[in-house]
Design a protein around this ligand. Structure first.
Ligand code: ZN
Length: 270
């Protein structure tokens, strides 16, 4: 059983994350603006319309993470191997494609980061749990996957993040500390919202546009062009992912045979 954490604890980072973000702030965060009268720092105070657990803000990053090098710059830890790549899988969990992909990953001993949509976890709880049970990582990919997330009002951003976070945690016991915006749509406001929710914004290096079903060959070709240090994107949700699955069946062993090593993006809240 996962330890029971209060909602307050869930949405607060441990000292590790706070430290990492402050550290990141020295290298990549935006300068801290002078406090305005209406937003004087109140580190422990809940935000007005948020859950009672609304976390204290931390400095937002200027850009989301795109590569393993960025990742390590923001989140200190042991260096990734020189031949490392990371696989990220978005928009699930899905009752058909997620289990198939899980079996494939298991066969090749490949870890992945599943960027889950809260309202897809809803109704597919057992699938979400199987992702975590298999040892994979989970990121927050909003509650409802809104288009143009970067331009949404701050309250909507906050709701999308927090509702997904609660659903993922309540279902799996895993509290994501990485956040991926739908379509990689970012703005300073969204980066601030992620920081307030104690989440690190994550993008990708290589996008085969598998969601648009360009054909197995096109997806395969793009993924096979992966180079060390890249974060690869593909999808297990959002529709028929048979092309993605077929491509991964070729790509995973082929990249491994080329000497690339799949690594876990394992940053999470305690
Ligand atoms: Zn998505």
């Amino acid at each position: 059983m996962a330890p029971t954490l209060s909602r307050r604890r869930l949405l607060r980072a441990g000292p590790g994350l706070a430290g990492a973000l402050v550290l990141a702030g020295s290298a990549t965060a935006a300068p801290v603006p002078a406090p305005r009268a209406t937003t004087a720092p109140r580190p422990a105070a809940p935000e007005p319309s948020a859950t009672p657990s609304a976390p204290a803000p931390v400095r937002p990053l200027r850009h989301p993470i795109h590569t393993l090098r960025d990742y390590r710059r923001v989140l200190p830890g042991p260096a990734f191997p020189a031949d490392a790549v990371a696989l990220t899988i978005d928009d699930g969990p899905h009752p058909v494609w997620t289990p198939k992909i899980l079996r494939l990953l298991d066969k090749h001993h490949v870890p992945a980061l599943f960027c889950m949509i809260g309202n897809q976890v809803l109704g597919h709880e057992a699938v979400a749990r199987s992702v975590v049970r298999d040892g994979h990582q989970v990121a927050n990919h909003t509650w409802s996957h809104p288009t143009e997330m970067a331009g949404r009002p701050a309250a909507r951003m906050r709701r999308e993040l927090h509702r997904a976070q609660e659903k993922i945690y309540d279902t799996t016991g895993y509290a994501p500390a990485l956040f991926r915006s739908p379509g990689g749509d970012w703005s300073p406001g969204l980066l601030r919202a992620a920081a307030r929710a104690r989440m690190v914004p994550l993008d990708w290096s290589e996008d085969p546009r598998d969601w648009s079903r360009p054909g197995v060959a096109a997806i395969t070709r793009r993924l096979l062009s992966a180079r060390p240090g890249e974060i690869l994107l593909c999808h297990d949700g959002g529709g028929d992912r048979s092309q993605t699955y077929a491509a991964l069946r070729t790509v995973i062993p082929a990249l491994a045979a080329r000497g690339l090593r799949f690594v876990a993006l394992d940053h999470r809240h305690p």
